[in-house]
Design a protein around this ligand. Structure first.
Ligand SMILES: Nc1ncnc2c1ncn2[C@@H]1O[C@H](COP(=O)(O)OP(=O)(O)OP(=O)(O)O)[C@@H](O)[C@H]1O
Ligand SMILES: [Mg+2]
Length: 320
């Protein structure tokens, strides 16, 4: 609806206010829908909406979901779609919140003092900003991915609360406060290895990436394999979703494993008939030997390797 059209319709003040109001709502809405998905990332409408909620409220978006369901890739997609720089902070078991703010390189300072190099009284030279610090001092708004927050110990999310809330931190060594010039768009991923503290959760917008429906998965596969034959895709998806139905599996295959499987199927040039009869390259989908055993013994899966590859390998080993 154009503003001119509104003005034409609204001859009296009351209508004009109404039209202006709807115009403003529409422009606000347009501003709200910032994230629309990226070329190589298929986001469900719910996921797109929640990303836009987090951006609008300026709150971190906490994303959970099965491994391989596109949590990490989401941050890349947001950065790509909004044309913003991405900073990735990969959390490890030893990561502390302070590492993300800054590191004070005392070893270098000590060395410089011993060997008479540099101005050791200038502590600033030995302060190196971490990923959070980098995001805060950036001249433009960027996307900050805090990947796998649940890998570190429980103190980590608790220690991050203040920084994520007020978007600043203090460096006692230099008596400096680093304040975010532009509130970054923060995406935090978790694999549910540890329960996150309530106080941390309160500050985040939460989204659980549901396992893609076959329809959404079809779009995801097309993004990665645009030339895949529809018949092959149909067959592959049927086999894949059937596998996921077996509750006895200790680790069900996920999106990334499906993509690997399709990749190898296409590369190997396997025939449709072969694909129909057996389950080639099962190792790309199933990663636990108990699961392979279960499928072979109880579900009658054959990979085909029994007849070819495995025998050849066994013969080779026997020779040794
Ligand atoms: N929605 C999607 N659109 C396009 N590709 C996707 C999507 N979801 C997953 N993928 C594919 O799956 C791969 C795995 O995604 P990603 O690494 O983001 O998963 P993750 O949820 O972070 O997994 P983990 O918990 O193991 O870290 C991606 O590299 C991509 O190829
Ligand atoms: Mg990940």
């Amino acid at each position: 609806m154009s503003l001119q059209w509104d003005a034409f319709l609204c001859q009296n003040g009351e209508f004009f206010t109404l039209a202006l109001h709807s115009y403003l709502i529409m422009s606000e809405t347009n501003n709200f829908n910032q994230f629309k998905g990226a070329k190589k990332y298929i986001a469900s409408p719910e996921l797109r909406a929640i990303v836009n909620v987090a951006i609008a409220l300026g709150r971190p978006l906490l994303v959970k979901g099965e491994p391989g369901t596109g949590k990490t890739l989401l941050a890349h997609a947001i950065a790509e779609d909004l044309n913003k720089r991405l900073i990735v902070w990969n959390v490890k078991s030893t990561t502390t919140a302070k590492d993300g703010c800054y590191i004070y390189d005392t070893v270098q300072r000590l060395n410089d003092a011993r060997f008479g190099e540099g101005e050791v009284s200038d502590i600033k030279r030995y302060i190196h900003l971490g990923k959070l610090g980098e995001a805060f001092v950036a001249e433009e708004q960027l996307v900050l991915l805090i990947d796998e927050v649940d890998k570190a110990d429980l103190e980590f999310p608790n220690d991050l609360l203040q920084e994520l809330d007020v978007m600043e931190f203090y460096i006692p060594e230099t008596k400096e406060t680093i304040k975010a010039k532009h509130r970054p768009i923060v995406v935090i991923t978790s694999n549910n290895e540890k329960e996150l503290p309530d106080a941390f959760l309160r500050r985040c917008i939460f989204h659980f990436i549901e396992f893609p429906t076959p329809e959404l998965m079809t779009d995801i596969v097309h993004v990665h394999f645009p030339h895949i034959k529809e018949r092959v895709l149909d067959l592959v998806l049927k086999k894949f979703y059937l596998l996921r139905k077996y509750d006895q599996l200790k680790k069900k295959p996920s999106t990334s494993e499906l993509l690997d499987w399709i990749g190898v199927l296409l590369k190997s040039g396997i025939s449709e008939k072969d694909l129909l009869d057996r389950m080639p390259f099962l190792g790309t989908l199933i990663k636990k030997e108990q699961d392979v055993d279960y499928l072979v013994k109880f579900k009658g899966y054959t990979t085909g390797l029994e007849k070819t590859g495995q025998k050849a390998q066994k013969a080779e080993m026997d020779q040794d």
